[in-house]
Each structure stands twice: as C-alpha cells, then as structure tokens.
Design a protein around this ligand. Sequence first.
Ligand code: NAD
Length: 475
Amino acid sequence: MKIAVIGTGYVGLVSGACFAAWGHEVVCVDKNAQKIDGLAHGVVPIYEPGLDELVERHSAAGRLRFTCNLAEALNEASVVFIAVGTPPRAGHGDADLSFVYMAARELAPLIDDDTVVVVKSTVPVGTGDIVQKIIGSVRKTGTFSVASNPEFLREGVAIRDFLEPDRVVIGVEDERAREILMKLYGTSLDAHKTPIVMTQRRTSELIKYAANAFLATKITFINELADLCEQVGSNVSDLALGMGLDKRIGTSFLNAGPGYGGSCFPKDTMALLRTAQDHGVAVRIVEETVTANEARKRRMALKVMDALESDVEGRTIAILGLTFKPDTDDMRDAPSVPLIETLQRFGATIRAHDPVGMENAGRILSDVEFFEDPYECAHNADAVVVITEWDSIRKLDLARLKKSMRQALLIDLRNAFEQGAAEEIGFRVSAIGRPTTARYEVTNSAALPGSKQVRGRRNAEDASFEMAGDSNDNL
Ligand code: NAD
C-alpha cells in the first residue's frame, strides 16, 4: 500500500518507519526542512531506541522516503495520515488544531480520488467532522474518506508499541475507510492477534482522551497515596504491588513520582476537560487529577527545600535526569523544569546531568551547568536530586557519588535507589512514599554555606513523630 504521513515528529516518524517495516511504501512529509534534510541523510532528529536502525534499513530498501513537498508525498497514496502536533492553545488549555486544519486544507486539492485521510494526531471529538468539511469544500463528496486512528505509543518503547500494540482503535464513517484500514492493520497484526476496535469516528477520537485521562488519574492516585505513606510510615512501592497484583487493578502506572509530565498527559487531560465543559458535562475526577498534579509538581521543590532544611540560598544542587521519563529526549512539560526554576528562584545553583536530554533542556532552562558525567555533576553538591529514573542513573555507584559531594543528601523523586543501601553508605535519603529513617551526615561540614545544626532522625517511629509538624504542604 502507498502511504503518506504528514508531520514527521515522534508519532509521524515512528508510524512511517513501522508502516515501512510492514512492507508498505511510505513517504513522510514535514514543513521543517532541516528535519527532512537530516532524515534524507540518515539523521534521526529524536532519541527513540531502535528508530535509527529502522529508518536506515527501510530508507536503504527504498520503502521509506522523506520530503517537504506535499504533492510528491501524496502522489498515488491510498492512505494519508495526519500526524501533526496538537499542542495546548496558549492561555486556553484546549488543543490547538491549527496544524491539523492546515494539513487538511493543503492536502485537499492534491489527493487522488478514493483516498482515505486518517487523523492520527490526538484531537477532540468532532475534529474529523471539520476535516471532512475542509476537504469537502474543494472535493466532491464521496470521493474521499476521513477516519480516526489515534496513536497510543509511548516514547522510549514506541517501536514495540507500534508494531505490537495492545489494540488498534479505528473510527470510520464509511465502508471504504473501514476496508482499507482493516487491510492495513489487520494483515500486519494478525500474527499478534491484536484486537482492532472498529467504531465511529467520534468514539475513536474520545477513546484516546479517555485512556490518557484514566492513566493520568492512576498516577495521581498513587502519588497521593505516596504522600499518605510518608505520613503514616508505609512504603508506597509495596502498597502499589499489593494493590496492582489484583488483576482488576494492574501494576502499571502505579509508580509514585514527582507528578506526570510529557507531551501528552498534561495537554490531553486539559483538552478533555475543555470538551466536557463545552458540552456541559462534569468530569470531576479529571479536574481533580489536573489540579492535584499541578500542585504536586510545585510541591516537589518544597520537598527538596525541606530536605535542605529550607536553607537553599547558595546551595549547589545536582539534578540527575531531566527528561519527562527515561529513554526519550523529550522535555515537553517535564517536571524537572518547574522544580529547577523554583530552586533557582530560592537561590540554588543547579548542576544537571541527563543521558540524552541535555541539548533540549538547554533550550528551556537558563543558568544550569550541564555535565555528561553524573559523578562530575555531583561534585561539591549539597544534594543530589533524582528526577528521571534512567537505567544509567539507577546503576550509579552511590559510594563514588558521595565522595565528591559536599553533603551526602539524596532526594530520590523516583525511588530509583534502594533506600537502605543508600543509607548504609551514609546518605540521608528523602524518597517518595517511604518512611524517612535517615541519619543526617555532613560529609564536609566546613564547606557548608551557613552550616547549622540539623535534626537527626533514627527510625521510622521518630520520623512519623516529627512529621506531624513537618508537612511539605506547610512550607
Ligand atoms: P511533534 O511536535 O513531535 O511533531 C509534529 C510534526 O508535524 C513537526 O515536525 C511539525 O513540523 C510537523 N507539521 C506541523 N504542521 C505540518 C504541516 N501542515 N505539514 C507538514 N508537517 C507539519 O508531535 P508528536 O509528538 O509526534 O505528536 C503528534 C500528535 O500525536 C499529537 O496530536 C500528539 O498528541 C499525538 N501523540 C503523541 C504521542 C507522543 O508520545 N509524542 C503519543 C501518542 C499521540
């Protein structure tokens, strides 16, 4: 099948490469000439494990091509995917659909008769209807179809998610689109017995938002339970396991952390709320999720300050992990950004390390010193804060890390390290949803700015006793 993909970002590029891997002839088109020029020369603009190899293999086989010329991309394509961005509209929170509508306007006069135009971008209910009208304003009704096929891939494991998805959701309004999309996905996914949910276009559009809002809610639920664990001396990881092994609940998305971020959950929850508001429907659970997550992201800075006894001015803080999650270079809505900016406002000096995200982070953050080497990053630091649980960060030698630090304080916002082991080495540990049993140890007290006497806590009992007047909320 000949396929065109409009928008060569995380979704468009992965989709295009994977369709090519299924043996289709794919042309990816983008307005960003630099991106297309790089791809034409084998330079993949994003970090996604396995993507370089896939692009190289299928480009070499002539099944995958890149262009800025839309007419060339659409030539003889029987399916055209729109995979452009739908960022939040500044100051409004709903999805900015201008890129989708622009793509529809541009492709309308160029497609062949009987082409199926598929909206893969995450779009609010009814967007397919508008795309249909836009194309219908320059083409005869019945000569084209508009379908919805939301994408559920996760950055970091995008290729596996695309090639072996849990399900494929397809929304159609006519038989031609149903047949072509069944042929496209059905044949390729047969071996994995992947369920295909074939539904109306409007339902398909809403499924994507419902799924993301549900996952965001699950994360927020465990994050709030983590706060409770800290207050009552329980361990959130064991709690999540004990809950999650119940098949009705499931263990995934029950890792407590600094709050969800990334390019999808924050914007998609907001957009769902907007749709619900526009239709006079209350989805209170999503409202609460959004509010709780925003508050949590802000509170993480207070958690760091708390661990530093509110003495942040002039302190050096080493940040390990900047991207919104491991195995991606995506910094969109990463929790590291508000955390770092708040600490800077309180006078901290920030050093940071991320295995692949430093270039993108450098475009967003200012006055941060970046280090390729995590040990060098921790040099003379008063605290190390783990924000993203990259494998390479989990595997760091804590004893070596501690040696170069001014003060052995580990604030582990992902529970990436075993708390007991870190404490054995001499770290004072502030983790998520764990009773704090930390001893306080100053590695080199002379080097501490405004060195002062710090409370010591010996065990969970002491910790819960002290915690009564020690809530992050009060700071
Ligand atoms: P992105 O910003 O990485 O890429 C979008 C690309 O579209 C850019 O390269 C841009 O130059 C290009 N573009 C915009 N208008 C164009 C036009 N008229 N013609 C040609 N190219 C154009 O976005 P993304 O992360 O790939 O997301 C795309 C869509 O998929 C969004 O709706 C997003 O919500 C959804 N989605 C994203 C993910 C993810 O993990 N990133 C997962 C599932 C769904």
